[in-house]
Design a protein around this ligand. Structure first.
Ligand code: TYD
Ligand code: MG
Length: 472
């Protein structure tokens, strides 16, 4: 089959969901299975013409020569610590950053605040809003008490004009909100289509590399959680950040999913208030602050997000199901992981969940991806099913394997230290936790899920006899 980059295939239709390109239009994308998402993709997709030699030679430098000529990359802090940490310690010059998130989650608010902080250092900062008029941005700035900030505002959507402005102003930081509103007159399709977004992102990232300006592109996320259309944009930029949170919940998490200049999976925590986003420097305390009195089905997981320990409450509810197929509903965790834990509990520990609806929730709107949450999830499920109240000074962590063994996890010391700091006294963990010395926290090590479940159930008997004694 001829390759597209040899210019032999005329690939000029693309899917706005996954970016797949095809040579003919169809109602359904063959790659992702979505309907009505294929549109004409004139311009960039055809690629360069059949291989030909350029007029001049490209220049290559031996790697070991670079250290003598190139200065190390100097980061500039935005003075918004949560954002700086997620970026890996500040903004790298000439980098391109994509900030994705649901509409209305607070991307524009975050970036306006970041731009204002950045500008206080006397560095030229440009905020281009393709979605709002400059007067609307000003109104928002006023609400955030930032109307004195030394930011240059624009509301252009034409890529050519934007590049001319950038070339003239040469700012240190430019924010383009959002990439879906930008259109290039070289590309013959509507703004927001894959080819337009790709062209705009390409030109803007090229400008960033050439000029030394750090460029932040805002991207909306589709219902599938992808940055609309172009996963291609994710490949072009250096850093991809997602701004997440539940509607109706004030917590917002900024998470790095790709970072060429720092750790991926790092998070920053913010709280949306009437005066914009406030940084949350001690998220564990905040996530646990609304815990209330201990109840069955609730326990605390000692997790790690990026480099930072984070304690969160896991809640489970198990109730008889009126449906022939019981419900399994998960918020903030992986639903197939829940199915696996339920299967291991059934197969290895003889705890039956058939005929029961199971609901699992991570309190505070946080999304956890760690498998270290397995043990906390199992404890919540047993606690909910057997109506056992887990004492409030306990935390849990550990990975469960299909055999029912409890496996060790990374960064145990950080988890224990954070738990101790927040006043927890006991921890249920995998084996080998005792290697961590000098902490005022009692560690109960577990080898397998069956004995862990038996221990929890024995606890129930004890609590019962104590209750009965009390009643006498
Ligand atoms: P916005 O930054 O416009 O979201 P995005 O750019 O991701 O679409 O945020 C909009 C929401 O934030 C809106 O629902 C109102 C809320 N908000 C506050 O609660 N407090 C504030 O100070 C501001 C500016 C917005
Ligand atoms: Mg916005």
């Amino acid at each position: 089959m001829p390759l597209a980059h040899e210019g032999m295939a005329n690939l000029n239709y693309s899917c706005s969901i996954c970016g797949n390109t095809t040579s003919k239009w169809s109602g359904k994308c063959e790659a992702c299975g979505e309907w009505n998402c294929i549109s004409e993709d004139i311009g960039l997709s055809q690629g360069p013409t059949k291989s030909s030699l350029g007029k001049s030679r490209g220049s290559y430098i031996p790697l070991d020569d670079l250290k003598s000529t190139d200065k190390p990359l100097e980061r500039t802090k935005c003075n918004l610590e949560e954002l700086d940490r997620v970026l890996g310690g500040g903004l790298v010059p000439a980098s391109a950053i994509l900030v994705g998130g649901d509409p209305g989650i607070g991307k524009s608010t975050l970036l306006l605040q970041a731009a204002a902080k950045f500008a206080t250092k006397g560095l030229k900062t440009l905020y281009l809003s393709g979605e709002e008029a400059t007067s609307q941005v000003k109104l928002r700035a006023k609400r955030l008490n930032l109307d004195e900030a030394q930011i240059l505002l624009g509301s252009d959507t034409n890529l050519r004009n934007i590049l001319t402005t950038l070339e003239k102003e040469r700012p240190k930081l430019a924010i383009v909100d959002s990439i879906q509103t930008i259109w290039s007159d070289k590309v013959d399709s509507a703004p927001g289509t894959v080819s337009q977004v790709r062209a705009a992102a390409h030109e803007l990232t090229t400008f960033a590399k050439r000029s030394g300006t750090s460029i932040v592109l805002v991207g909306h996320v589709t219902k599938e959680g992808q940055i609309a259309g172009p996963r291609v944009v994710e490949h072009m930029v250096d850093t991809v950040l997602y701004f997440e949170g539940e509607r109706g919940n004030q917590f917002r998490i900024l998470r790095s999913v790709k970072n060429r200049f720092g750790a991926a999976d790092e998070i920053g925590v913010f709280e949306m208030t009437g005066l914009g986003l406030q940084q949350v420097t001690n998220p564990s305390a905040l996530f646990l602050s609304s815990r209330g009195i201990p109840s069955a089905g609730s326990c605390v997981f000692a997790g790690i997000e990026g480099t930072r320990p984070l304690l969160v409450e896991i809640q489970a509810l198990v109730s008889p199901s009126p449906h022939s197929q019981p419900r399994r509903s998960v918020i903030g965790w992986d639903s197939s992981r829940l199915a696996m834990i339920l299967a291991v509990l059934e197969a290895r520990c003889e705890v039956q969940f058939s005929g029961l609806d199971v609901y699992l929730n991570v309190a505070g709107g946080l999304k956890i991806t760690e498998t270290a949450a397995d043990l906390a999830v199992a404890a919540s499920l047993i606690s909910a099913k057997e109506n056992i109240i887990v004492p409030e000074d306990f935390v849990f962590f550990g990975e469960i394997s299909l055999s029912g063994a409890i496996r060790s996890v990374a960064k145990i010391e950080n988890r224990l230290k954070e738990a101790e700091k927040l006043g927890f006294k006991k921890v249920e963990s995998p084996k080998n936790t005792n290697l961590v010395k000098g902490l005022n926290i009692e560690v109960f090590e577990n080898l397998d899920l069956l004995s862990f479940v038996n221990k929890l159930s024995d606890g129930k008997k004890k609590i019962r006899t104590e209750d009965q004694n009390l009643n006498v």
